[in-house]
Design a protein around this ligand. Structure first.
Ligand code: ADP
Ligand code: MG
Length: 337
């Protein structure tokens, strides 16, 4: 076949499909935007695993009337100006690709009003059609995404079932809620409440609201500093275990990661204290200085590369071990009394 340059529409759709691979990716990007906009409350509503619609409503900064169009342009971002800014990045987004990508492959309705203005915008986007009206709303931003991949039939055909997508979405919102206890999250799946966190900046309360009372009462808080590491969060009592690893949450610098080596190091800290084939539960944030992490990891990936990994694993294991032993010796002394 002859070599041709793709037309802009096709090229945009392909690029968008790489950023947005499924409904979870949409929700992750939109929640991260809400967090970047200093929201303290984020409501998420999904229908049919997000295939029919996904609505994310926040009480954050909102977007200025003059800037709403820009927000949907490719590489439009308010978060960095130049490459150097990347070194001091504190926001979750910076590529300016999420909204433009989502807009290229779905139908969008956005309501937004900035803290600085008395009038906001209602934006409707569908393919080449764009409508913007000035309207008044409560402060913040609400984005509804409908019919994801309606114009990419191949993607549409290979989407997971609604139920399976809903499970992925619940998992994602749990991860984001647990790493942001200062924000009140609420998730509705097909009209049913699934998650509702208080947002009172208390991780224990957040754990209670997501996993229930029994779980909340069987975890102990941990704060262990051994430079350069700081481990904080909750670990399950040795007497409270599971036969799977579903309730093991690891965050590095407040970002959810999947890291089997760290999980294994934590499990090893419980050695001889729990039965074989049983696994501890934990929700831990590990603060590691950024220079010890490989920064060249894609922002959407949950894998992370730690430099000097074996030392870090050793420190983690030691820290957790101390805490587990402490907690069980407290228990034993209670029993003796
Ligand atoms: P990025 O997050 O990488 O900057 P996005 O495409 O996700 O790029 O968003 C583009 C811009 O739109 C953001 O930089 C921000 O200024 C604005 N924006 C998006 N979502 C929100 C929101 N929920 N509240 C306030 N501003 C938002
Ligand atoms: Mg973003």
């Amino acid at each position: 076949m002859a070599i041709r340059v793709l037309d802009k529409d096709t090229a945009d759709k392909i690029a968008a499909g790489e950023v947005i691979t499924d409904p979870t990716a949409v929700i992750k990007e939109l929640i991260e935007n809400s967090l970047d906009a200093h929201s303290t409350r984020i409501d998420i509503d999904v229908v049919d695993g997000g295939k029919k619609s996904m609505t994310i409503t926040d009480n954050g900064d909102g977007i200025l009337v003059d800037e709403v169009y820009l927000a949907f342009d490719r590489h439009a971002t308010s978060k960095i100006n130049k490459l150097d800014d990347l070194n001091e990045l504190t926001s979750l987004g910076f590529r300016g690709e999420a909204l433009s990508s989502i807009a290229a492959i779905s139908k969008i309705t956005m309501k937004t009003m900035s803290r600085q203005e008395n009038i906001g915008s209602l934006v409707k986007l569908c393919g080449e059609q764009r409508q913007v009206q000035k309207r008044s709303f409560s402060r913040g931003t609400s984005i509804r995404v409908e019919d994801l991949f309606y114009n990419i039939p191949a993607r549409l055909k290979h989407m997971k079932k609604g139920n399976d997508l809903s499970k992925d979405i619940i998992q994602l919102v749990e991860n984001l809620a647990l790493s942001h206890p200062n924000v009140s999250f609420s998730l509705n799946v097909d009209g049913r409440h699934t998650i509702r966190t208080p947002g009172d900046n208390n991780l224990h309360n957040c754990i209670f609201s997501i996993f229930g009372n029994e779980f909340g009462n069987n975890v102990i808080d941990i704060k262990y500093e051994n430079k350069p590491l700081l481990i904080t969060g909750y670990i399950g009592k040795p007497s409270y275990t599971r036969n799977n690893r579903k309730h093991q949450y690891i965050f590095i610098n407040n970002r959810f990661v999947q890291d089997n080596k760290i999980a294994k190091a934590i499990e090893e800290a419980y050695e001889n204290m729990i039965m074989i084939n049983q696994h501890p539960v934990f929700i831990l944030n590990i603060s590691i200085p950024p220079h010890m992490l490989d920064v060249n990891v894609h922002p959407s990936k949950t894998k992370i590369k730690i430099l000097n990994e074996s030392l870090v694993l050793l420190l983690i294991k030691d820290g957790i071990k101390k805490k587990v032993r402490e907690s069980s010796s407290v228990n034993i002394s209670h029993q003796i009394k």
